[in-house]
Design a protein around this ligand. Structure first.
Ligand code: ADP
Ligand code: MG
Length: 846
């Protein structure tokens, strides 16, 4: 760096901006942006638009430039809808990406700030601590016990201890000890690092550039719809040929050129009606809007496919502390072995960190304060050394020199403290009785022990080598979050197993589990039992057991695997660095936004911003809603295309003259202009069905388009076809001159039905008037409904009617169109009634 005298004030915002202009963003591969023209071009290349353009050209060819021009106006309308939609989803997805992108603490303008890692510039002073994944290369300015896992770069599994740059000896190794590298992981300690290289110039960038550009994979649903679209397109191609030939044979009185053109035109109309170009749009819009709605409810989706997986979750593995409980501890009860409360509480306090971070230690220090033991009394001496806490040991200790005396203050899980305490069998029995008493009240029980070695030499090197005197037990309460009980009840109804994972003792866990209404709360697997089980045994066991106690993060992987091997779809929470592999392996890995480490966040599919169990349940519910709406939308697209496709198919067979056809390409496009917003606006915002959390999780193997939905859509579509085409056909009465009004009749029926169809299909169990009532306050719904009616008025009763080859309907005609439309859609309400009266409650999707 140019700046020799390192300044701890960091950069100013202005400097940072300048540097960013010079060096760019801290990204491995710069994001490419599609220009507007490119986007429009991509859309035009879709088969639907190619067909439209062919149709427009044919019109110009036919010497009907007016028709051709109207077509083009429509095409532009459709392209605009698509471009706007894409722009909106892009914006949504980018906003989500920014929210869930890695962040880092830096010193800017002299104060600590959190910025996106991508905004780091050379010269920035960043702050790193345990769990941070280092985002750029830089010099260690000041560090405290900094240990970094550099295996991603060097392959060395052993952590590297870093040193301050002033203290660094002349290094000969390529990998410097006073330098931090992007892509490596802070295992311990803290440091200030001055950024030196960013983005592709980092060591990681040099080797990792090609890893980072892995293309985004298609979601399972996208793959499914892809093949659905292909099937439909195949059928469309065959019918295109058939209809073309039919039309050709039908009009022997026309000249050859006209025959050809008319056949192509009717074929094109049919193909347009049949290509389900809405399907891919539905998916991206529904998934991205879904993710956006989730983000507003504190749950950040990092990977889009997880929105669809969410609805299939059948097992929810959650950490007890902080997710199920509030992580607000208080010392509730103490028990001193020899009645000496004061020593117990003092040693407990001395065993805590001087500036405690852990909620449990905070509670302990608060308790000391309450009992008149001051901070000075606890930490006034000299801290000689400490035995650090590890998940495996589940205990820790501090060794103080105070008033010339050496004091070991140890605390931890009673089972473990027991192993380093000397006591008689009778004492042990009493001790165990007390532990049980406290933990069966749902308290976390911590044992406190001490020793006073004579000299420094007598201090054991490891906590496990100590021989201590037990002082007593402390019971801490960490009450369950208020809403958890209700949430568990929801999960039970929804067929979702809740599994509690905790480092705490089994009795405590069981007591909490019972309080919150978990099933099978008295079946427990402890970490020790788990260690002695084979994977097969575990797989059998997890069919009943829902509580895992005294586990370490490494066990989580096995637990997820056991559930997955049983065919479950598993969501799992985790916050620590060691949780990352299990989070990756789970179908839905959930990281904690508040207390989670950066590494766990990066491994997760979902980040929970409020660390709250309720939010997980809400998210699953939303996942179900979104999936359900996608299904409804796909069904809707089928239904609404049937009258259009059949009309194009049947006309030549019935020998209707080309000028008198029900739907000319123009009208197909007009309908497409209505269908698109119906899907992406109206169906997307359908609220969850009332009983959505009373159904079993969906079978992940089940296809999106089940036979049930398919049959329903086809039936609804056929009725709609019969109504609209029948009305058209009878109004036409074989006379070409009646065509405009006959067409208007048919179109009015389809458009009005379209409005009603959405309400009817809004719920599988509730009647349409209920759906209407639910949406009565939704402005967007009103806008769409009023828009459709306004559209009807414009195309029938203004000069536009002439351009579109339509004629105004009389009041009677309009009313009968509305009546026919209502009957042709609302008949399905009778099916619902029938199902309600006679159907068995099977909770299926249809
Ligand atoms: P959880 O999964 O409930 O968050 P932890 O892994 O944090 O549990 O803790 C597991 C056990 O380790 C606790 O029940 C306690 O016995 C012990 N423990 C945790 N933190 C400390 C600490 N700061 N000092 C002593 N013992 C601790
Ligand atoms: Mg914990």
């Amino acid at each position: 760096m140019t700046n020799e005298k390192q300044n701890m004030a960091g950069l100013s915002t202005a400097q940072a901006r300048q540097l960013q202009n010079k060096y760019g963003k801290n990204e491995l591969t710069p994001q490419k942006k599609e220009s507007f023209i490119q986007k429009a071009f991509h859309i035009i290349c879709e088969p639907m638009f190619l067909l439209l353009i062919v149709a427009a050209i044919i019109y110009f060819f036919l010497g009907e430039p007016r028709d051709g021009a109207i077509m083009l106006v429509f095409v532009i309308g459709m392209i605009s809808i698509d471009v706007i939609q894409e722009w909106k989803t892009d914006k949504t997805l980018n906003a989500l990406k920014d929210l869930s992108a890695p962040h880092i603490k830096v010193i800017r303008d002299g104060e600590e700030q959190t910025i996106a890692s991508a905004d780091l510039v050379p010269g920035d002073l960043m702050l790193i601590y345990e769990g941070v994944k280092i985002p750029a290369d830089g010099v260690v300015i000041k560090c405290n016990d900094l240990c970094v896992d550099e295996s991603s770069l060097t392959g060395e599994a052993e952590g590297v201890w870093k040193v301050n740059t002033d203290a660094a000896p002349e290094y000969t190794d390529y990998w410097r000890k006073d330098y931090c590298y992007a892509g490596t992981l802070v295992m311990q300690g803290t440091a200030y690092v001055q950024i030196d290289k960013i983005g592709a110039s980092t060591e990681y960038g040099k080797i990792g550039a090609n890893i980072a550009t892995a293309p985004e994979e298609k979601t399972p649903l996208q793959k499914q719809t892809g093949s659905l679209v292909k099937t439909c397109a195949g059928i469309a191609a065959v019918l295109f040929a058939l209809v073309g030939v039919f039309t050709y044979l039908n009009i022997p009185d026309h000249i050859f050129k006209d025959r050809i053109i008319e056949s192509i035109l009717s074929g094109v109309t049919l193909a347009m009606a049949m290509i389900p170009e809405e399907f891919p749009v539905i998916l991206t819009v529904f998934l991205s809007m879904g993710a956006w709605r989730l983000a507003k409810k504190n749950s950040l989706v990092r990977k889009l496919p997880c929105v669809e997986t969410l609805g299939a979750v059948s097992v929810l593995c959650v950490d007890k502390t902080g997710t199920i409980t509030m992580n607000q501890m208080t010392v509730q009860d103490t028990w001193a072995t020899n009645g000496d409360e004061k020593s117990l509480v003092t040693v407990m306090g001395m065993g805590c960190e001087t500036d405690a971070y852990d909620p449990m230690e905070k509670a302990m220090l608060a308790y000391c304060e309450k009992n008149g033991i001051s901070h000075d009394e606890l930490f006034g001496g000299e801290l000689i050394t400490e035995y650090p806490f590890t998940n495996e040991l589940k205990m820790m200790g501090h060794i103080w020199r105070k008033d010339g005396k050496i004091i070991i203050a140890a605390k931890g899980s009673p089972e473990r403290i027991l192993t380093i305490c000397a006591m008689s069998d009778a004492e042990k029995t009493e001790f165990e009785k007390k532990i049980n008493e406290l933990s069966s009240n749902g308290l976390r029980v911590i044992a406190v022990a001490t020793a006073t070695p004579q000299t420094d030499k007598d201090i054991p090197a490891k906590i496990t080598d100590c021989s201590l005197t037990l002082l007593g037990l402390v019971g801490l309460a960490d009450p369950p979050r208020e809403s958890v009980k209700a949430d568990i009840a929801v999960c039970n109804k929804a067929g979702i197993r809740v599994v509690m994972i905790t480092g705490d003792n089994g009795v405590t866990a069981a007591s909490i589990a019972k309080k919150i209404g978990m099933k099978n709360y008295d079946h427990i697997i402890t970490g020790d039992i788990l260690n002695n089980m084979t994977d097969d045994e575990l797989r059998e066991k997890v069919k009943e057991v829902s509580i895992f106690s005294r586990v370490v993060p490494e066990h989580k992987m096995r637990i997820v695997k056991a559930f997955k091997d049983n065919g479950e779809i598993v969501a799992m929470t985790g916050d620590g660095v060691n949780d990352a592999p299990a989070l990756k392996y789970a179908d839905i890995g959930i990281a904690m936004g508040k207390r989670g480490s950066e590494v766990s966040r990066e491994a997760a599919d979902l980040i929970l911003l409020d660390d709250n169990f309720t939010t997980i349940v809400e998210t699953v519910k939303d996942g179900r809603r979104i999936y359900n709406n996608i299904r409804k939308a796909i069904g809707y697209v089928f239904t609404i295309h049937i009258p259009i496709a059949f009309a194009s198919l049947l006309a030549p067979i019935l020998g209707i003259a080309p000028v008198a056809l029900f739907l000319l390409p123009l009208h197909v496009v007009l309908l497409e202009l209505i269908i698109d917003p119906t899907c992406s606006i109206v169906l997307e915002r359908q609220p969850a069905e009332r009983d959505i959390m009373e159904r079993a999780p969906r079978n992940p193997k089940e296809k999106m388009l089940t036979p049930g939905i398919f049959i329903k859509s086809v039936l609804q579509g056929l009725v709609l076809f019969a109504a609209s085409f029948g009305a058209y056909y009878t109004t036409l009465a074989g006379n070409e001159a009646n065509a405009p009004v006959a067409r208007a009749m048919g179109l009015a029926i389809i458009m009005i039905s379209n409005l009603l169809l959405v309400q009817v299909n809004s719920s599988e169990c509730d009647f349409a008037f209920r759906s209407v009532a639910r949406l009565a306050k939704d402005i967007v719904m009103w806008a769409v409904n009023i828009g459709t009616i306004a559209g009807l008025i414009v195309i029938f009763y203004t000069p536009v009617a002439g351009l579109l080859k339509l004629a105004p309907l009389s009041a009677t005609q309009l009313l009968s169109a509305a009546g026919i439309a209502a009957v042709s859609v609302l008949w399905y309400e009778l099916v619902k009634l029938f199902k309600k009266l006679f159907g068995k409650k099977n909770g299926g999707t249809k």
